[in-house]
Design a protein. Structure first.
Length: 76
């Protein structure tokens, strides 16, 4: 599971977002990934699908929110 934490941290740096800004950030992301992993391991396909869909949607929304101010500045 340590490798998963490292992978999450690298991914967040790649996207320019640091989950370490808030104390619970990395822990929250790790818990979300672990829940997806457990659903797959237990062969709960629909649950894994729903969790993964929510995770990706939330990630996309966070990345969009981060980019919006920069786009607004360049447009003006």
């Amino acid at each position: 599971m340590a490798a998963l934490k490292d992978h999450i941290t690298v991914g967040m740096r790649f996207h320019g977002v640091s989950v370490k800004r808030e104390a619970s950030g990395l822990s929250r992301v790790f818990d979300e990934h672990f829940a997806i992993f457990e659903s797959i391991r237990q062969r709960h396909a629909q649950q894994a699908h729903d969790l993964m869909h929510a995770r990706l949607s939330e990630s996309r929304d966070r990345l969009s929110e981060k980019k919006e101010p920069a786009q607004a500045m360049s447009a003006g």
